[in-house]
Design a protein around this ligand. Structure first.
Ligand SMILES: *Cc1c(COP(=O)(O)O)cnc(C)c1O
Length: 384
């Protein structure tokens, strides 16, 4: 790379969407041009194509696109009639959306702890959460398992627990779409799986978007109705209470182009993750991927246990290396959720990791020179 001039302090991108756009060349512009040409902006042929190709990619027989990843979760809870008196269990360490939708339905949240090695829902804590729900006179209906940072939750451990209780599972793969668990892609576990196409997710569009994957054809039909104001057999027959949550054609057209290179991008992200792990594991806590799993690395999140995280991040920032904290506080410690139930009085792992996680730049177009700058920067910051 002879002509590559990178000043040592040039600002590195945390996620580089422009590099992806350059790789796609005129394909995105052409796809947008086609939609502008035919003028059907909501649902329509691009949305149908996107749904079919997303399903083919992950192996889900039915795909219902919608306006965003939060709605995707909400739509499933609505379709199943989750409401007051029901308890839904979700991990305490995640983005807030899964907890929000439970509360929006008027149901009760029971927060469960996570497994330290994977940051994902702890099956043992899930059992305790179910017992807490019952002890509080609630009906345990469902659990939402999040594929945090791009790694699948432990579906083989979670599914039997829920089945024995007559509960259903919703996978939240907003960060994990494209990831593999024991040879199967996320989107094929539980009753249904939600995802998000927010631009910064591993598979993102250029606005908001989301989808639900399910093998249940009846659920598929109800979800399609709810996303269109509860539409019945024709547009102005309302069979149920719904709302407006649709993917637009521009976003769908963009998504189809990005999906075509997503498999290669997942491989590139895994190469970055491997180099990070090899360069960093002796100085900080590096993320582990469970046996039988392939992560899509929505985030590459290290732990700086025993150090001052703010000082550590400031040292990197001074070298032009951006970092982020996903997430600085467990959900049961947030004002919005402080009155909700927890599986145990203290959710020790969720509380501990919130203190010391740091996410490093991660995307498919991070070249080796930049990776090395980041690795060297982290090593220097860790020595101080
Ligand atoms: C981003 C995200 C969501 C919400 O997706 P939006 O499209 O932003 O509504 C839900 N769950 C998780 C785990 C997420 O990371």
């Amino acid at each position: 790379m002879l002509n590559k001039v990178t000043a040592p302090t040039a600002e590195i991108a945390f996620i580089d969407l422009q590099a992806q756009r350059r790789r796609l060349g005129s394909r995105i512009d052409d796809a947008i041009g086609r939609v502008l040409g035919h003028g059907q902006f909501i649902l329509g042929r691009e949305v149908e194509t996107a749904e079919a190709e997303l399903g083919a990619f992950c192996g889900a027989p039915n795909v219902v696109s919608c306006a965003n990843g939060t709605d995707a979760l909400l739509l499933v809870l609505m379709a199943k009639g989750v409401g007051p008196g029901d308890a839904v269990i979700c991990p305490a360490f995640t983005f807030a959306a899964p907890a929000e939708v439970i509360a929006l339905r008027g149901a009760s949240i029971v927060f469960a702890d996570i497994v330290e090695a994977t940051f994902n829902l702890d099956p043992e804590s899930l059992k305790k959460a179910i017992a807490v729900a019952k002890a509080n006179g609630l009906r345990p209906r469902a659990a939402i398992a999040v594929d945090l940072y791009g790694q699948p939750a432990d579906y083989d451990a979670i599914e039997p627990i829920l089945r024995d209780e007559g509960m259903f599972l919703v996978g939240d793969t907003a960060q994990g779409f494209g990831a593999t668990y024991m040879g199967r892609k996320t989107g094929t576990f539980g009753l249904a799986t939600s995802t998000s196409f927010f631009p910064a997710k591993p598979l993102g569009c250029y606005g908001d978007g989301g989808a639900i994957f399910t093998a249940d054809a009846e659920l598929d039909a109800v979800l399609r109705s709810i996303r269109m104001h509860g539409q019945g057999t024709d547009r102005y027959e309302h069979a149920r209470i719904g709302f407006n949550s649709r993917l637009d054609a521009l976003q769908a057209a963009i998504l189809v182009e990005k999906l075509a290179i997503f498999g290669e991008e997942i491989e590139a992200r895994n190469r970055v993750a491997e180099r990070y792990a090899n360069g960093l594991r002796d100085v900080v806590g590096v993320p582990e991927v469970a046996d039988g799993c392939v992560s899509v690395w929505a985030q590459y999140t290290i732990r700086v246990t025993g150090r001052n995280r703010d000082v550590f991040r400031a040292a990197l920032s001074a070298e032009g290396i951006p970092t982020a904290v996903h997430y600085p506080r467990a959900l049961h410690r947030q004002t919005a959720f402080k009155d909700q139930l927890t599986a145990e009085p203290a959710l020790r792992v969720a509380e501990a990791v919130a203190e010391d996680v740091v996410s490093l730049p991660m995307h498919a177009y991070l070249d080796e020179e930049t990776q090395d700058r980041i690795i060297d920067g982290v090593r220097r910051a860790a020595r101080n």
